[in-house]
Ligand binder design. Structure first.
Ligand code: CU
Length: 130
């Protein structure tokens, strides 16, 4: 019995260590198409403070573990858009996107509310009930 209690105590201490280490794990959508995109996205996301990064080619979700005292999710997303991939919050530059290899030309992120170019565009979007 005493050993069980000691084991539980040890398990709880490990748990608190990970809570105080400022590590965060977030899932964000990153637009991409193939295995080459995966390498490019993961390489771009692996900045200082990022501990683990994995992009899923099927779900287009990037799971990233990082030290929240060293970097932010915004900084990571900006690095990803810099190599041509749209993310949940940021949009890549068209010129960078156009330079990607053909197999990597994923469907661009639909324009968000603030990014609509004209009134006509927003009316069209309003009728588009997908
Ligand atoms: Cu690709």
């Amino acid at each position: 019995m005493k050993q069980v209690k000691l084991f539980l105590l040890a398990a709880f201490s490990l748990l608190s260590v990970s809570v105080f280490a400022h590590d965060r794990t977030d899932s964000i959508k990153v637009y991409g198409e193939c295995g080459m995109c995966k390498k490019r996205i993961e390489k771009a996301a692996a900045i200082d403070g990022v501990k683990k990064v994995d992009w899923n080619v099927d779900t287009k979700m990037l799971v990233v573990t990082y030290n929240s005292e060293k970097t932010t999710l915004d900084a990571i997303q900006q690095k990803i858009t810099a190599v041509g991939h749209d993310t949940e919050k940021y949009t890549a530059n068209d010129n960078v996107y156009n330079k990607l290899p053909g197999c990597c030309h994923y469907d661009r992120k639909p324009a968000a509310d603030g990014q609509k170019k004209s009134d006509a565009g927003s009316k069209e979007a309003a009728h588009n009930h997908n």
